[in-house]
Design a protein around this ligand. Structure first.
Ligand code: SAH
Length: 301
């Protein structure tokens, strides 16, 4: 088995929308190199269809009022060629006050909480702003359980921790991808952690990543939010705005009273519609966070 490596030269303002589209098209991993974006697709993909889809993305950009000019090329990498360039591109990164995301072959920094993610199979290596934003917000709203770190001001008591330590709390990750957010929650000490994804490849990757992190208390389910039973102290959903709007009722139904839901994946300009849908479902806005063109929000019951 091999991979297709696409090199896409696209102006920075159009890049986030491109990342979204590439992940919808089944992209295994994306890295941003400033002047260009490198994206990987699995062998066996309908390459002609994929080329057309990427080409027709110009119209999407035009419709969104963004610069539609970009160029791309691609080549085929056999499995033998694959390991080295891939490894070089996935270097460990620190996220938030405590996390360090690293590929399986890197050695962990003992002062940080390691999240070991094999980026080979699904979206969510932590190199994307929305994943980073979710991790920072998860950390912020569950920090009561974390050891104090020098120079870090302790946050005000997180909403979801009223009446109990983090170990008695539960966490649901909707659209878990590589499982990174579920793994982070489990590492922070959430006692019951569930990740759900419609993509069977993501389900496999998340299960494998959970094992790799030696976390046996994470359950990964294939399906949508309504495939999961029970209610949770914290929910993370890093999904496109349209999906967040569609599942607002499901998020409200799965969130415990005083629980918090962390939403990300919204592009600037879409956040009001998402928050309106959340409000209609009975969830109040707690905070919004802007990272470039991306918006994340925290809502609560
Ligand atoms: N949570 C990871 C990955 C986010 S990518 C991170 O923060 O980095 C979004 C994931 O949501 C993809 O793996 C996709 O397969 C999944 N997804 C898309 N629509 C979904 C839906 N309606 N229900 C569950 N998962 C969904």
């Amino acid at each position: 088995m091999g991979y297709y490596e696409f090199t896409i030269r696209i102006p920075a303002p159009s890049r986030d929308a491109l990342f979204n589209r590439l992940s919808e098209l089944g992209c295994l991993g994306i890295t941003d190199h400033g002047d260009k974006v490198i994206a990987y697709f699995k062998d066996g993909i309908d390459i002609a269809g994929l080329r057309d889809e990427i080409g027709s993305f110009r119209q999407v950009l035009r419709d969104a009022g963004l610069d539609p000019d970009f160029s791309f090329d691609y080549f085929y990498l056999s499995e033998r060629d694959w390991n080295e360039p891939w490894k070089k591109r996935f270097i460990p990164i620190d996220v938030g006050e405590h996390f360090s995301i690293l590929p399986p072959w890197a050695s962990p920094d003992p002062t940080r909480i390691p999240l070991i993610i094999d980026p080979g199979m699904a979206f969510g290596t932590g190199h994307h702003e929305t994943t980073g934003a979710c991790l920072s917000l998860i950390e912020k709203y569950s920090t009561a359980a974390l050891p104090p770190r020098e120079g870090v001001t302790p946050p005000s008591p997180p909403l979801n921790l009223r009446g109990g330590g983090v170990g008695s709390q539960s966490f649901l990750d909707v659209g878990t991808g590589t499982g990174i957010l579920a793994i982070a929650a489990s590492r922070l000490g959430f006692g019951h952690v569930v990740g759900v994804d419609i993509d069977p490849l993501a389900v496999d990757a998340a299960k494998r990543n959970a094992e790799r992190n030696q976390l046996t208390d994470i359950t990964i389910v294939e399906g949508r939010i309504d495939s999961v039973e029970g209610s949770f102290s914290m929910i993370a959903a890093n999904l496109m705005s349209e999906i967040l709007i569609r599942i607002a009722g499901g998020i409200a139904a799965h969130l415990k009273r005083h629980g918090v839901a962390i939403l990300s994946g919204m592009l600037v300009g879409q956040e009001d519609d998402v928050l309106k849908a959340m409000l209609k479902a009975g969830l109040e806005e707690v905070e919004r966070r802007y990272d470039g063109r991306w918006v994340s929000a925290v809502v609560s019951h």
